[in-house]
Design a protein around this ligand. Structure first.
Ligand code: PHE
Ligand code: NA
Length: 450
């Protein structure tokens, strides 16, 4: 069977950017910036991008393109003993998709509520009580939160519909629409935020670094962890997407474009988030630092509150914000599903439709845990676990397998034969020494910290 191909270079780049830009760019990035001293976080963030992010993106693209295979078979091509690393990546991806789809479902529920600002004044009680219906402990499941369950089924149906149609007609076409739409929505949100009184204080807080925080190793750990998550690395996604590239396709240049577009999006959306929070601090007469809540609460508790206070265009802004979340999330979840589908097709030689049915079926069943009334507890536990022992560990194993047990020079030759930008020996150094060393330290600290 002939391997599917992207119809155009732009189609591939948009799909890879669609995978990278996701919920993580909006709630996770905003939260990390807040927690790690505002603008100071941008320093380790960009350091991590250039040292680990781009090097690994180039490597994953090269693996997929060189071996024309999804993660398990690409790693197997390096050495039979390494196939399991690819499966680990793919299983990690599967586990992430299970809860990631539920977060998209929350955004979808909020999107429907946005037309009437149905969350009311008590946004925290609404989110935890009405929507999640959160119980008092992880073991008290309390049945399903029905609205979340229904929305989760819708999200999986969309995943199914897009991946079922294949690389060109499904994934590529969807991203050709979703990506331009997402950037337009983001720009609307930025403009809206910047025209609010008090926005400038929020932006100042966003960009003004508190350098004293840089001495804390946690900020560095967070930055490297976020770069893996945000660039969709270590899940076999970029390997699978690159495996659908035609023979004569650029690798290095495309990797730079995808990585930079993703981080530019985060940087841009930061203006919308912190501008809006600056307004909120202004409107309530409080300190900017006090209005930024934790993690997921940023999107579903604090933002609805800020939306309530807008002097004009409340409903419009609310609809745009939650639609942006859904669009960003969906283009990422289809890539996670595709990484698994590609691996299953490659390994068992079954056709796409069967693979998609199987993967979506299992994925939806796995999602059910997070649609129970104890869902959020499990999401927090699994998110942390998968981030480190999935993405980061797989990234480490990948670089070790390729750089230490294979000919890295050969891979670089392959990259340079097709790429506009020639990859220099800095890349060998990064992949062979810098990235493994940093990831080892990261994992060591994480284990020690638990
Ligand atoms: N990169 C996407 C984001 O930032 C989603 C994603 C996370 C995809 C982890 C794969 C793995 O939200
Ligand atoms: Na991202």
């Amino acid at each position: 069977m002939q391997r599917e191909h992207w119809a155009t270079r732009a189609g591939f780049v948009l799909a890879a950017v669609g995978s990278a830009i996701g919920l993580g760019n909006i709630w996770r990035f905003g939260y990390l910036v807040y927690k790690n001293g505002g603008g100071a976080f941008l320093i380790p963030y960009f350091v991590a991008l250039f040292i680990a992010g781009i090097s690994l993106m180039i490597l994953e693209f090269a693996l997929g393109h060189r071996f024309r295979a999804s993660a398990p078979q690409a790693l197997r091509a390096i050495n039979k003993k390494f196939e399991w690393i690819g499966w680990w990546a793919v299983v990690g991806g599967m586990i992430i998709t299970m809860y990631y789809s539920v977060v998209i479902a929350w955004a979808l529920v909020y999107f429907t509520k946005a037309f009437t600002l149905a969350w009311g004044a008590e946004t925290k009680a609404y989110y935890f009580g009405q929507i999640l219906q959160l119980t008092d402990s992880p073991w008290n499941f309390g049945g399903f939160a029905v609205e979340v369950l229904v929305a989760t089924a819708v999200v999986w149906a969309l995943n199914w519909f897009i991946d079922f149609r294949g690389v060109r007609k499904g994934i590529e076409k969807a991203n050709m629409v979703l990506m331009p739409l997402l950037w337009i929505l983001a720009i609307i949100l930025v403009v809206r935020a910047l025209t609010l009184p008090g926005a400038i204080e929020g932006i100042e807080w966003y960009l003004k670094p508190d350098f004293s925080k840089l001495a804390d190793y946690n900020i560095w750990l967070s930055a490297f962890g976020q770069i893996f998550f945000t660039l969709s690395l270590g899940m076999g996604i970029m390997i699978a997407y690159a495996s659908y590239l035609p023979e004569k396709s650029d690798i290095a240049n495309n990797a730079f474009i995808v990585a930079l577009a993703n981080c530019a999006f985060s940087f841009l959306i930061g203006f919308a988030i912190f501008g809006t929070l600056g307004y909120m601090a202004y409107a309530t007469g409080s300190e900017i630092g006090d209005v930024v809540a934790q993690s997921i609460g940023l999107a579903f508790v604090v933002f609805p509150q800020a939306l309530n206070m807008l002097p004009a265009l409340k409903v419009f802004t609310a609809v745009v914000f939650f639609l942006a979340l859904v669009v960003a999330g969906l283009s990422s979840s289809i890539s996670l599903v595709e990484a698994v589908v590609a691996a299953v097709m490659d390994r068992f030689g079954i056709e796409r439709r069967k693979a998609v049915n199987l993967v979506v079926g299992i994925g939806f069943l796995g999602s059910l845990l997070y649609t129970t009334k104890a869902g959020l507890y499990w999401l927090d536990i699994v998110d942390h676990f998968v981030n480190y022992y999935g993405l980061v560990l797989v990234g480490l194993l990948e670089v070790i397998a390729v750089a230490w047990f294979f000919d890295l020079g050969k891979i670089r030759e392959h990259i340079n034969a097709v790429s506009e930008i020639k990859v220099g020996s800095w890349w060998n150094f990064a992949v062979k020494f810098a990235v493994p060393a940093i990831l080892l330290v990261l994992l060591g600290f994480d284990i020690a910290g638990n």
